[in-house]
Design a protein around this ligand. Structure first.
Ligand SMILES: NC(=O)c1ccc[n+]([C@@H]2O[C@H](COP(=O)([O-])OP(=O)(O)OC[C@H]3O[C@@H](n4cnc5c(N)ncnc54)[C@H](OP(=O)(O)O)[C@@H]3O)[C@@H](O)[C@H]2O)c1
Length: 315
């Protein structure tokens, strides 16, 4: 089928393009640069160069592509993260979530697309109740400036008239080209012992290998219906377990442990919450509705695989 992929060159976009083409789909992918457009064409996709915040250009590209399915994998998170300026760091990504999704919805409908599938994240749920939550859990109301754009985007997709909308809430990506891959931001923090366990390290993180997330997204072209699905692996993990395991996989020294008050003073409340109260996500619904199984059911083996060559070379 014909697929319009907004954000074809990112951490998820690259494996997704590979998998879509391998499954026999025709892909029209977007990027802002001519160089990446050339790489997309060399891989076998069509490429459109545009800024997704230019609504007229994005609409024109969707109409020209005449897709059956529209995929939105746009994010803008590559700048170094300063947790004290989290809202500013997220600003362009929030605009891509709300403004670009609205454009893609309208243009997709106008172009006759039957379905739209949009990237979201699983780590925005309220940080209370059971340690592992499903898609019906409320979103985090302690930081509405961060979660409200995500909630608005999700509502817009699920409630859309005239086009079937599915939201995929991915877990924390790991694997090549992600922040938990060789040279990635989180991996480097762990390597330098700058990602400590906070307090008892109870905060639960749900991960997904980026290629497993791409596999789920290909299934979502046809399956999953309308709604919201968590695309995460089988093992939500307390921070006290996964950080030391990641350090081992990288060949780094074990992490430090710091009290919450110190982490709060240095990094701010958001960092403390990810280490102590964040909830994990269940993938039961995605398994049932997509027929998806993560190729790496646990981040334990996935981290080891991701960094195997680095650990062997001791770099
Ligand atoms: N669930 C998760 O854990 C999660 C989710 C998203 C991102 N991340 C992480 O965040 C890190 C960096 O991510 P990222 O968001 O910077 O980049 P990315 O994942 O590498 O890709 C973002 C995609 O959006 C496109 N894009 C961004 N702004 C655009 C705009 N204004 N107009 C058109 N296209 C635009 C990029 O295209 P061009 O740059 O080619 O123009 C690219 O295709 C990665 O390590 C990734 O793993 C994690």
């Amino acid at each position: 089928m014909r697929v319009f992929l907004a954000g074809a060159t990112g951490a998820i976009g690259r494996p997704l393009v590979r998998r879509l083409l391998a499954a026999g789909h025709a892909v029209v992918g977007t990027t802002r640069t001519q160089g990446r457009a050339a790489a997309l064409r060399a891989a076998g996709a069509e490429a459109v160069v545009l800024d997704a915040l230019d609504a007229a250009a994005l609409r024109r590209a969707v109409l020209d592509a005449r897709p059956e399915v529209v995929l939105n994998e746009l994010t803008d998170l590559s700048a170094p993260l300063n947790p004290r300026r989290y809202a500013q760091w997220l600003e362009s990504t929030q605009r891509l979530r709300t403004e670009s999704t609205a454009t893609l919805l309208d243009a997709g409908r106008e172009a006759g697309a039957r379905r739209i599938v949009v990237q979201s994240v699983c780590f925005v749920t309220a940080q209370r109740g059971p340690w592992v939550l499903d898609e019906d859990a409320p979103l985090d109301d302690a930081a509405p400036e961060l979660t409200e754009p995500v909630a608005a985007m999700e509502r817009m997709v699920v409630d859309a008239d005239g086009i079937e909308g599915l939201v995929l809430r991915y877990g924390w990506f790991y694997g090549p080209g992600t922040s938990i891959g060789p040279g990635g931001q989180h991996a480097e923090m762990v390597r330098r012992r700058r990602l400590p366990i906070i307090g008892a390290g109870d905060g639960r993180w749900s991960f997904v290998h980026v290629d497993d997330a791409a596999a789920a997204t290909v299934l979502a072209l046809d399956a999953g219906g309308r709604g919201v699905l968590n695309v995460v692996d089988d093992e939500p993990a307390p921070q006290r377990e996964w950080v030391p395991e990641l350090a081992r996989a990288i060949g780094a020294p074990p992490p430090r442990t710091v009290p919450a008050w110190l982490a709060r003073a240095v990094g701010g409340e958001l960092i403390v919450r990810t280490g102590t109260t964040m909830r994990g996500a269940s993938n039961a619904r995605a398994r049932e509705r997509l027929g998806w199984r993560p190729g790496r059911p646990s981040w334990r083996e996935g981290f080891a695989e991701t960094f195997a060559e680095r650990a062997a070379a001791n770099v």
